[in-house]
Ligand binder design. Structure first.
Ligand SMILES: O=P(O)(O)OC[C@H]1O[C@H](O[C@H]2O[C@H](CO)[C@@H](O)[C@H](O)[C@H]2O)[C@H](O)[C@@H](O)[C@@H]1O
Length: 371
């Protein structure tokens, strides 16, 4: 994999049309990202381009949540669920296949945070991982190189997970910390929370000021909409509408879309009841997995088997990379049928914990029988 950003920068070239300063009185000195005149072709009216539908379907519908609690549901739904499980079998019941694939290989574990290690909750600040899950992840990291790749800022996800033995990538992989010894020439030197020297790979570094600017503007633009919440993840920003009245979702989307029309080098993607503002760069969780495999010396297909566990649309980029490389596989965390590039599924974070424990138990058994 070529990760030399000097040769093949993931940052797309400057727009060729002259650009002007943001209408909202930007303090950002560069005119590279911002244009009041130039329309961002990626953003049209939220009604006509299907964004509203995508917002509505961006998290499991209530009916399925009811099924999670074993309340009876319509038989046709049950049939769809069973058909889906045949396509994406449970990583727990299929553990034998996984173990066979992993035989004589070192597994590398990649984990998403929200919806994977912590359950989805209304308040993003209260998405706390359980102590039992933390212990399971800590155990996994004793046996396998383990990384968290989250949409949140790297600092925030480290604060939530709190395990020094893991690798962390924040902002959908746009902020990756690896040990100083890792093999990556495009990194800058820094120190971690323990004062240890580390490498930082930040392919969207030049976007920090514009993300800060857009974050502040979006806070202003959505403050009158009850329940809306904007987060700044340094290299990207999130606009949550989970707690907004359904009738105001369109308003949230329209305000965000209208504002971003002035920023041709930013784009919007969907998460679970969240709109994600991201730089238009060719970088995502899939690229972050490739980068980590390469820089940690885990990319030899004959020796290593990467597994990525995630629940969200942004995790699909990582699933796809593993599927396309025919090396390793994704595990989708979902209690409802959805199309995915993953190979296996787990219903919810409690099943993720069970799978991680099974992985450790299996490795311990393998180690003891090979003595
Ligand atoms: O890549 P991830 O680690 O899964 O991060 C994706 C987003 O997760 C958070 O939002 C989601 O979880 C919240 C807490 O459960 C929930 O309230 C929200 O509706 C979900 O979208 C986080 O707050 C976002 O900033 C991340 O982008």
């Amino acid at each position: 994999m070529d990760i030399n950003i000097n040769k093949t920068s993931p940052v797309l070239p400057e727009p060729t049309t002259p650009v002007s300063k943001s209408r909202l009185g930007s303090s950002f000195p560069s005119r590279r990202f911002v244009s009041a005149r130039r329309k961002n072709p990626k953003l049209d009216d939220v009604r006509s381009n299907g964004w509203l539908e995508a917002m509505i379907s961006s998290s499991p519908p209530r009916k399925r949540l009811v099924k999670d609690f074993n309340v009876e549901i319509a038989p046709e739904d049950d049939f769809a669920q069973r058909a889906w499980m045949l396509k994406y079998p449970s990583a727990i019941t299929s553990f034998g296949h996984i173990a066979a694939q992993a035989k004589d290989k070192k597994i590398a574990v990649f984990l998403d945070y929200d919806g994977t290690l912590s359950p989805i909750v209304d308040d993003p600040d209260r998405a706390i991982m359980s102590d039992a899950m933390r212990a399971a992840v800590k155990d996994v990291a004793k046996y396998f190189p383990t990384a968290i790749i989250s949409g949140r800022s790297r600092d925030k996800v480290y604060e939530l997970v709190g395990l020094t033995e893991l690798y962390y990538a924040g902002s959908h992989g746009m902020d990756i910390m690896t040990p100083a010894s890792a093999n990556d020439t495009n990194c800058i030197k820094s120190t971690d929370q323990q004062g240890e020297e580390v490498n930082l790979f930040q392919p969207a570094k030049e976007f920090i000021p514009v993300i800060e600017e857009v974050y502040k503007n979006l806070v202003e633009l959505t403050k009158s909409i009850k329940g809306a919440k904007v987060e700044n993840h340094k290299f990207c920003a999130s606009v949550h509408y989970r707690n907004v009245d359904r009738e105001d979702w369109e308003l949230v989307a329209q305000r965000v879309h209208d504002h971003l029309k002035q920023y041709p080098r930013l784009r919007l993607t969907h998460g679970r009841k969240v709109l994600e503002v991201r730089p238009v760069i060719e970088w995502n969780k899939g690229k972050a997995v490739e980068f980590l495999l390469e820089s940690l010396g885990l990319s030899n297909d004959d020796d290593f088997l990467p597994i990525f566990i995630g629940d969200d649309k942004t995790d699909e980029d990582a699933f796809k990379v593993l599927r396309d490389r025919e090396h390793g596989f994704g595990i989708l965390v979902s209690s409802v049928p959805k199309e995915s590039n993953a190979f296996y599924s787990l219903r919810d974070p409690s099943e993720v914990k069970k799978f991680l424990k099974t992985l450790v138990k299996w490795r311990k058994m393998e180690d003891s029988t090979s003595i």
